[in-house]
Design a protein around this ligand. Sequence first.
Ligand code: MG
Length: 247
Amino acid sequence: MDSLTVALPAPRPLRLADSALFIDLDGTLAPIAERPQDVGPDPRRTDLLERLREGLSGRLAIVTGRTLEDVDRILEGRLPCVAAVHGLVFRECDGTVHAPPPHPGLGAATEALRAFAACDSGLIVEEKGASVALHFRLARGRAADARAVARQIAAETGLALQEGDMVEELRTPGPAKGDSIRTFMQSARFKGAHPVFAGDDATDEHGFQAVERLGGYGVLVGRPRPTHARFGLRDVDAVMAWLEAAR
Ligand SMILES: [Mg+2]
């Protein structure tokens, strides 16, 4: 399949006057780190995002698998509109937070993942309130076992399984990234703008489909793959250059 996948054209510079920008964090605005806690604030990135938010009259939202707390830590609390935990947790631009009650199976799932992770110090369990993630970037030899364990827990608990890049996540069933983009687009601030969504992960495909249906387009970051995005950017540096060129 890979050999049939050609690189997508680069997107034109973002038009500030009539665009709404939705953007993923890890792998898009920040290089993927070995451990999630290794990603920290970067004043240059924060300043750029804040300038963009002003240029877009506030139509900029972070759409990420991270928790709200992590987004605020990494982006220095300066970006108010956020869809966190893959769209499950939604913070309106006025600061109002909507989060589903955690699924009753999360406690048992967390315990089971911790028991599995005890076999290798490279396995990291991340509790995210509405979900729990098992990271195995530092324990690649355990990937197959980790995926099998997560699938089994999902089947036993009814939690939704989300497979990512060197991570398995068990989440409270509920809205995904594309749903949160649709919700933002219905708000007075975003209404009528052309939505653009940039992201790198498999979960971002849901967002690419959403912006296409809303008359906008997706930007896939990273290696070419079968995708619903219309444009592509090589890496985080290319994303930064594209954002810098917004007019
Ligand atoms: Mg990402």
